[in-house]
Structure formats: C-alpha cells, structure tokens
Design a binder for this molecule. Structure first.
Ligand code: ZN
Length: 499
C-alpha cells in the first residue's frame, strides 16, 4: 500500500520538488523516515502521530516507512508534516490516492492537527508550477505568496481534517486573498531628499550612484548628514517591477517566512546591518544556511553605517558577492547559491574620533590609530566603490536653502535607467563587466585626451580607469548627452578620495 504526495524543500533560495512516498506494511508497528531528513524532518513523526490521533483519524498499527525522494537531496524543515500525514491517510484508504497526484502539499502540523506556516513557500510553489503541478494546499499565512505563482491554484488549509475534506471533495477549497503589492509613497517619507540640508556635492554623488547603480562612500565628521543621505537612496531608485518583486519576495520567504505573512512590496530592500555583524551574517551561512545581508539587499541597497567599525574580514568577504552578484557557499558537501545583486553605500568618519580635517574640532587620534583605521577601511572592498565623496560640516546658510525632493531626483534617475534598458551601448544595468574599450568609443576627442593625461598624471590603475569611465558614462546619460565629454570625465575623476 504505497501512496505518493508531492512536497518540496528549499536549497539556497530555490525550491525543489520532493516525492513523499508512504508505505504501510505488515510487521511490528513502527514509523521510519528515510531519504536524508534533517532533525526537524525526523521529528515530524511525533507531530504527525499526535495530529492524526487528535483529529480523529487514528494511527495505523502497522509498519510505516516514509521515503523522501530524490534520496540525494537534503531535506530540511518542518514543511513535510502535512504531506506525510496525508500520505498515511491515502495509504490506508482514507483519501483516494489519485486525488493527491498533482497537488503540492506544504505545512507544519501542531500536535492538535492545526496547520502552521512554514518558510520558503514561494520558491517551493514556483518549483511546483515549473514541473506542471496545478494545485497547492498551503497554510493560511502562506496563501498569498503561493498565489503569486501563475498556473498554480492555491487553497489555504487550517487543519488536517480540512485538508482531507478538500481532497475528498467534501469541503470547498478556500482561496487566499487577492495579492496586492504595496509601495510606500515617497512624498511624505521621513527619508526624503528635501530634508537633507546643504551637501550639494554628496547629493549629486547620490544621484549619480542611483542612476548608474554605483557603489558610494560618504566620508565626513559626525553629524554632517551621512546617514540621512544614505537612507534617501531607495526613494530615488525606480520601484521594482512585479517580476523583480517576486524575485525579492522569494528571498524573504526563505529568510523570514513561517514567522509572519510575507510582506509584498515594490520598494527596493534597504539593509543596514550593525557593525558587529559576522561574516555569516553578511554573506549567509550557518549550520542551517540562511541568506545573509547581501542577499537580503538583492536588487536594493546595502548600507554600512560607520563602515570603519566593521571587522576587516567582514568587509573583505563582501567583495566577491558584490562583484559577481551571487554568493556561493559550500555546506556539508552541498553548494548553495544566493543572489546578491545589491548596491553598496558606506558611511564613515575620516578617523576614529571623527574630526580629522574638520574646522569645528581638532582630531585627537594618534598616528598609530589613524593608520590602523585606514588599513581597516581601505582594502579590496573600497577598490570596488566607484564614487567616494567628502562631506564637510554644515554651513549655517545651508539651513535656509530649500532643496529638491526625492521625487524630482527620481524622475531623472528613472530616465537614465530607461535609456540604459533600451540598449544605448555599452549596455548593462550593473555595469560590472563592460570592457573599457566599449566606453572609450563613447568618448569625445577632448575627453579622450584628458583621460590619457589623467592616466599619466595620477598613475591610474586599469581598475581605476574603468571605474572613472563607468561613472563618466552615467554622468553623460544624466546630462542627456550622446557621448562622454570632457566635463563628464572631469567630474567622474573627482569622485576619488586618496587614502
Ligand atoms: Zn581623529
């Protein structure tokens, strides 16, 4: 008496379909789960047994074997409970087996048989639809995310008896509420550029960073407005498309799912980890691998406030994910890949006390402290930061001037993103791998001469030249210019702080 139920597991942020095969046979009563289950899956036995009894179905006094196939894929979490329970009921005839053939079943069971929400439902539902599964039974709180997947008709399930009733056609399936993606209106947002006083150079750098998805370092004394400016970045970026929003939601479904209903938003993620964060916290990992901050910031912004306080190794480990747009981790022989296409903003004081180069107060740091601080900050990561600006202390006059709001700046940024999408060469939204020659072709003759002189005078490395060209190209697009002129290149060359 074998029954098969479709369930799924998550590796990284991708779902994989798992066949839950349940076999009831004569012999001493027992309950075994095989097929690389982790601890949470093995504990499923106790939950399933209690849930079946408490919902009045009884537990078969037979030899019970559950196999999770494919056998070489590690199964984690508690999402198999409901599928195992329904498999047992199908194996002993309480549900016709054919009714389970094309249905994805996900959910944790409580001892009294209620169905609890689980993490990763969105990627698991995507995996189901991709192999032609047409129906899904999911916990109530996971209903919305599952219903995002087209081609999958989702029913939300409160307890085990309801699941049986729906499968047997005795109870009408309840569909989840219609999903709406929310988006903050940035007009009355506290992080609006109209609240930033002065700092014209840094505002300009922020706009260029947003237009070109460049990384940005804001350096200046405490209280000059670095943090507020950085927090304004998401508000001047174009909103996520529906497709991108689902891609981001998939990550949060894995990272935070099961705890609360998934927030579905078109706002780009903004992550601001504390400087005590560990390497695993930043790029992901741990015994049960979880996405790190670079992945939670996918398609959005990763903000490192007080960047000089982060551990050197923590900063260095960010370099590869930022460059490649993915994090690859190997855990227990499995390789896990997380997406990490995010934009980096760092804010830093110029020295440990914060007042180096300031006119308001004198720096009290020793030469040794200064050297150690700079060593920590400058490194392979800072090499990837295309825009570096100095923010001075505020001038009293700055408070009187009214400033452009985020929505006005966003209009220009959106225009540049559109131009780039429509394929103005060199084309690439991330601009990570465009060869220098592609930009050289875009230079006006005057700019070409200037570039050659700058390379000679400042001894620019190939990477530095490439960074300057990428920034100059973005500035040209903001300027609605068909080529990179001297002015654009000259401005781009100013966004370098010497360390
Ligand atoms: Zn100092």
């Amino acid at each position: 008496m074998i029954a098969v139920v479709k369930a799924a597991t998550v590796l990284g942020v991708d779902g994989f379909i798992v066949d839950v095969e349940v076999d009831l046979s004569r012999g001493l009563p027992g309950f075994e789960i095989v097929g690389l289950p982790d601890v949470a899956v093995r504990e499923s036995r106790q939950r399933v047994r209690a849930a079946l009894k408490n919902q009045g179905f009884g537990f078969p006094l037979q030899r019970l074997t559950v196999n999770l196939a494919p056998g070489d894929l590690k199964k984690a979490g508690s999402a198999f409970d409901l599928a195992i329970a329904l498999g047992i009921l199908a194996a002993n005839g309480a549900i016709p087996k054919e009714r389970l053939g094309n249905v994805l079943v996900l959910g944790e069971l409580s001892l009294d048989g209620r169905v609890r929400s689980v993490a990763g439902v969105l990627p698991m539902a995507i995996a189901a639809a991709s192999v032609g599964i047409e129906k899904a039974l999911v916990p109530i709180d996971n209903g919305k995310e599952a219903s995002l997947v087209s081609g999958l008709s989702t029913a939300i399930i409160g307890d085990l008896a309801e699941a049986v009733g729906v499968l047997n056609g005795e109870i009408e399936a309840v569909a989840p509420d219609v999903v709406e993606f929310h988006s903050k209106t940035h007009t009355d947002d506290e992080n609006d550029l109209s609240r930033v006083r002065g700092q014209m150079a840094a505002r300009r750098a922020l706009e260029i960073a947003a237009a070109g998805r460049h990384n940005l370092l804001l350096m200046g004394p405490p209280g000059c407005g670095k943090t507020l400016l950085a927090r304004c970045l998401p508000g001047i970026l174009p909103p996520l498309s529906q497709e991108e929003a689902i891609d981001v939601a998939r990550i949060y479904s894995v990272a935070e799912g099961g705890l609360a209903p998934l927030k579905l938003t078109l706002d780009r993620p903004f992550r601001s980890p504390h400087h005590s964060s560990t390497q695993a916290g930043m790029i992901g990992g741990g015994i049960l691998p979880r996405p790190g901050e670079v992945t939670l910031a996918h398609r959005g912004v990763l903000f490192l406030d007080e960047a000089g306080e982060f551990g050197r190794s923590v900063l260095d480990v960010l370099r590869q994910p930022l460059e490649d747009g993915v994090v690859s981790l190997v855990r227990h022989g499995y390789s896990v890949v997380y997406p990490s296409e995010c934009q980096l903003i760092m804010a830093a004081n110029p020295c440990p006390c914060g007042f180096l180069g300031s006119t308001a107060k004198e720096c009290t740091c020793s030469a040794h402290e200064l050297a150690a601080y700079r060593r920590r900050l400058s490194g392979p990561l800072l090499d990837r930061v295309e825009l570096q600006v100095w923010m001075g202390a505020l001038d009293p006059n700055d408070y009187r001037k009214s400033q452009e709001s985020s929505s006005a700046v966003r209009e220009r940024v959106v225009r540049v993103w559109k131009t780039r999408k429509e394929g103005n060469p060199p084309k690439s939204n991330t601009q990570k791998v465009v060869p220098i020659d592609a930009y050289r072709a875009e230079l006006s003759p005057g700019a070409r001469g200037m570039l050659d002189r700058a390379i000679e005078r400042f001894q620019l490395s190939a990477r530095a030249v490439q960074k300057a060209m990428q920034v100059a190209y973005t500035i040209a697009l903001l300027d609605e210019s068909g080529e990179i002129c001297q002015d654009h290149l000259a401005e781009a060359l100013t966004y370098r702080l010497s360390f």
